[in-house]
Structures are given as structure tokens and as C-alpha cells.
Ligand binder design. Structure first.
Ligand SMILES: NC(=O)c1ccc[n+]([C@@H]2O[C@H](COP(=O)([O-])OP(=O)(O)OC[C@H]3O[C@@H](n4cnc5c(N)ncnc54)[C@H](O)[C@@H]3O)[C@@H](O)[C@H]2O)c1
Length: 268
């Protein structure tokens, strides 16, 4: 896309853009003509991705849990590119564990990356944007649908949904739109562990009325739409991207893991 006032390519920063949903989004925005900056804790991978895109694509290393790192990212992008038109935060992790068992470290790591990281990206992006811009945060089906052993992740993603709404309220007068997307199950490095548990992926798919898992392009297409002028009257919204899974139930991950452990124990 091009900046409507200057006619130059829109500068888009994809945080967590070196893998999975973020990488698919970076590829799509680049194909649409944006000047894409891929920012990720995996700096080498981000650079390799930017090289793969070529053209005006650039890479930065960023740790979304660190205030100074996120601030430096947006200050540098603004200095180097002159503006920041669109920002997507895809950085996320999940450290599962039942609420009575999960360690404070695992709880904090999940909440710090998914929720506090979203806040820091949002705050620094809004500062760098000035007047006008569009921000998309990646929330999750788990922001509205609970999952056993997913307490930290569910709570963090529910927080991202409300953060989206408050940000839309506060930033609307500056013509900065803030929306989120809430994907269901999409095979990526983040969810790769699911395929190691017999029956778990099948259980996810059974609970999807459209009968298939998502793919990264399903998410990238929705993000690109939210960032575009076609969504110019949308802010404070979240798009459910889950094949209808929000109408069903979330698989009980612990039951599947317990069944696997029982099947592989020496006594069985
Ligand atoms: N894949 C799914 O099924 C699914 C479903 C719902 C929501 N999501 C969310 O979508 C987002 C992207 O997930 P994905 O599936 O593409 O996972 P992924 O692991 O493929 O990509 C996540 C990226 O975030 C980066 N990252 C992690 N911690 C970071 C940090 N502290 N600072 C900066 N970057 C960091 C990783 O290096 C990686 O490149 C996450 O927020 C995830 O919670 C994914």
C-alpha cells in the first residue's frame, strides 16, 4: 500500500515477523507494496526473511518484554524511514500448565510476552505514528474460549482483546485505528508440539465446523484487510478466524497428554 498523503510506500513493522503468522503477514504486505520491517527476538532469522523478500524489506532485533528494546525499534524505524504507517504485533509464546501446577516463571513469561509485549508495542508504535495509522494485535481464540492448562495464555490473550478496545478509545482522536485478530488452531512452530500428541490435532479439527485447521494466509489476509483503507471505519474490533471453533469447545490438552503417557508407560 501507499501512504495516501505522500504517495510513498507505507512503512509496516511486523513484530514477531520472522515466523508463522507474522512471516505470512510480512510476505503479503510486501507483495502489496509496503516497505516492511521484520522485527523479532530471532534477529538472524528476521534478517534472513528480509533478505528473502528483497527490495525495501528490512530487519531488526527486538525483545518485546524490554521497554528500551521496543522503544529503540520504533525510534529507529521512524528515523530511518520517516514514518510508521502500520504495525502488527505477532510476538507470542505459550507455556502451558494447569493453574494449580504452573510456576510463576512460566506464568510470567507467557503474560510478559503476550500481554505486556502487546502493550509496549502498542505504546511505542502510537508514539512513532503521530497523526494517523493502523495497529493490529494478534490475540487468540483463547482470549474468549478457555482451555485446560492454558490459563496464562488465555488470561493474557483476553487482556489483549481489552487492550485493543481501550487503545481504540484513546487513539481514535489521533486517527490511529487499533484492531485485533483472534485465530484458532493454525499449524506453525508455536503449535508444532500438538502434532506430537496422538489425537490432539484431530480433536482440534473436530471442533471446527468448517472442518479444517487454519493456515497462516487465512490470518495474513485478515490482518492486511484491517490495516487497509477498506477497514477505515473499524477500530476496537477483533475478527474471529477459527472456522467457527468459537461455537464449540476447546480440546482438553491434558487429557490427551495423559492418554499418551498411559499408552507409553512400561505397565501398559
Ligand atoms: N498458531 C496458532 O494456532 C495461533 C492461534 C492463535 C493465536 N496465535 C498467536 O499468533 C501469534 C504468532 O504465533 P505463531 O503461531 O506465528 O508462532 P511462531 O512461534 O511461529 O511465531 C512467533 C514469533 O514471535 C517471536 N517472538 C517470541 N517471543 C518474542 C519476544 N519476546 N520478542 C520478540 N519476538 C518474539 C518468535 O521468535 C517468532 O518469530 C502469537 O501471538 C500467538 O499467540 C497463534
Amino acid at each position: 500500500m501507499h501512504d495516501v498523503t505522500t504517495g510513498t510506500p507505507r512503512v509496516s513493522v511486523i513484530v514477531g515477523g520472522a515466523s508463522g503468522l507474522g512471516w505470512a503477514t510480512a510476505q503479503l504486505l510486501h507483495a502489496q507494496g509496503d516497505a516492511v520491517v521484520i522485527a523479532d527476538i530471532a534477529g538472524d532469522q528476521a534478517r534472513a526473511r528480509a533478505d528473502e523478500l528483497g527490495g525495501s524489506a528490512a530487519a531488526r532485533q527486538v525483545e518485546v518484554r524490554e521497554e528500551a528494546s521496543v522503544r529503540a525499534l520504533f525510534e529507529d524505524v521512524r528515523e530511518e524511514h520517516g514514518s510508521v504507517g502500520a504495525v502488527v504485533n505477532c510476538a507470542g509464546i505459550s507455556r502451558p500448565g494447569a493453574l494449580v501446577d504452573i510456576s510463576l516463571d512460566d506464568w510470567s513469561a507467557t503474560v510478559d510476552v503476550c500481554l505486556t509485549g502487546s502493550f509496549l508495542v502498542l505504546r511505542e508504535a502510537a508514539k512513532a505514528m503521530g497523526e494517523g495509522g493502523s495497529i493490529v494485535l494478534i490475540a487468540s481464540l483463547n482470549g474468549r474460549q478457555p482451555g485446560v492448562a492454558m490459563g496464562a495464555y488465555c488470561a493474557a490473550k483476553a487482556g489483549v482483546l481489552m487492550l485493543t478496545e481501550v487503545a481504540a478509545l484513546e487513539l481514535g482522536p489521533r486517527k490511529i485505528r487499533v484492531n485485533s485478530v483472534s485465530p484458532g488452531f493454525v499449524p506453525t512452530p508455536l503449535t508444532a508440539g500438538a502434532s506430537l500428541v496422538p489425537g490432539l490435532v484431530e480433536d482440534f479439527v473436530e471442533n471446527i465446523p468448517l472442518g479444517r485447521a487454519g493456515n497462516p494466509d487465512d490470518v495474513a489476509n485478515a490482518v492486511a484487510f484491517l490495516l487497509s483503507e477498506q477497514a477505515s471505519w473499524m477500530t476496537g474490533a477483533s475478527l474471529d478466524l477459527n472456522g467457527g471453533a468459537h461455537t464449540q469447545r476447546y480440546p482438553n490438552v491434558l487429557q490427551h497428554v495423559a492418554a499418551m503417557a498411559a499408552a507409553t508407560s512400561p505397565a501398559s
